[in-house]
Ligand binder design. Structure first.
Ligand SMILES: C[S@@+](CC[C@H](N)C(=O)[O-])C[C@H]1O[C@@H](n2cnc3c(N)ncnc32)[C@H](O)[C@@H]1O
Length: 308
């Protein structure tokens, strides 16, 4: 009996879900998203941010971190804007299907373990890239065929491993034991309200995550306070993982504490702008900090958080 009650309770659309569906039907950006095959209308917010601030314009962008990535529209835009072979990692509390060519991780950014896993992911990606760069075949090709023939098999084998080792000493190990190494070029944070699920599997989950999860409450103070926490977590990833000169975008809900966040951001980036893309709903308190040009690889977290 209780099971039927639960199923009915959660399968019935609430007033706000109903309003959301109605609004989606008439929304131009939602229609355009379908037309251009974007996973959600959120794609247009990032496109408008990039149009104004050129966040993907650095010459050799290869690693992008997309926080709050589900259902994946921002990762789609990043894939379009970055060169082929770039590594785009999406992180979200929800399970979602990452767009082709990107990766995803289901995790909570408020957990320290997630920060470790993200670091580990980019470490593996960079190691792979370097390994490909120093494939043995390239080392052999530096030597003339005559030289190779002249050596015994054992000699050439040991020569090869010596060369490989020397190359690697100068790259992999040095790079990864260097505390100052930062692998990511752009960090995007669009974390907050998960899109309401219109149907499907929610009722078959054990713990009904869609119902439990952080959702815009309509109480502007609560939305603001929660968005400040998520922005701080994204700021910590920017301090720990973003390269000198890298760019970040942070979604937040306006309120009394956003000036302190802005102050913290100015310690990490040379330029910080508040921007509300046209694709945001005018009645919403949603806004973005677009931060350009990280001051250095190493930024002292304590200084940043002591400042404001
Ligand atoms: C507005 S949606 C993002 C839309 C996405 N940028 C896109 O283009 O498709 C916000 C996402 O933030 C995620 N989120 C909220 N809190 C989070 C947290 N603590 N850690 C990771 N993701 C979180 C939600 O699950 C939700 O999917």
């Amino acid at each position: 009996m209780w099971f039927i009650w639960l199923t009915r309770r959660y399968s019935k659309k609430s007033g706000s879900s109903h309003r959301w569906i109605q609004r989606q039907r008439t929304d131009l950006y939602t229609r355009d998203a379908k037309h251009y095959d974007y996973k959600s209308r959120a794609a247009f917010k990032l496109l408008q941010i990039d149009e104004k601030f050129k966040i993907f314009s650095q010459k050799r962008i290869s690693n992008v971190l997309d926080l709050g990535a589900a259902p994946g529209a921002w990762s789609q835009v990043a894939l379009e804007r970055c060169r082929k072979g770039s590594n785009i990692l999406g992180v979200d509390l929800l399970v979602y299907q990452p767009p082709n060519g990107s990766s995803s991780m289901q995790a909570n950014i408020l957990s320290k373990k997630t920060h470790e896993s993200i670091k580990e992911h980019f470490k593996v990606v960079e190691m792979e890239k370097l390994k490909q760069k120093f494939q043995p075949i390239e080392v052999i090709s530096n030597q003339s065929a005559f030289e190779i023939q002249a050596k015994s098999v054992i000699d050439s084998e040991s020569e090869l491993s010596r060369l490989e080792k020397t190359e690697q000493d100068h790259t992999l190990e040095n790079v990864y034991y260097d505390e100052l190494y930062r692998p990511v070029d752009v960090i995007l944070s669009d974390m907050y309200v998960p899109f309401p699920q219109i149907g499907g599997f929610a009722n078959q989950t054990t713990n009904m995550p869609y119902i439990r999860m952080a959702n815009t409450s309509g109480l502007s103070f609560r939305d603001h306070a929660m968005s400040m926490d998520l922005c701080d977590a994204a700021l910590i990833t920017s301090i720990d993982l973003l390269k000198k000169g890298g760019n970040s975008v942070f979604k937040f809900f306006t309120g009394k504490d956003d000036k302190f966040l802005e102050e913290r951001l100015t310690h990490v980036f040379r330029q910080v702008f508040r921007f509300k893309p046209k694709a945001c709903r005018p009645e919403s308190k949603e806004c973005y900090f677009v931060c350009l040009d990280k001051v250095d690889n190493f930024v002292d977290k304590k200084e940043v958080f002591r400042a404001a």
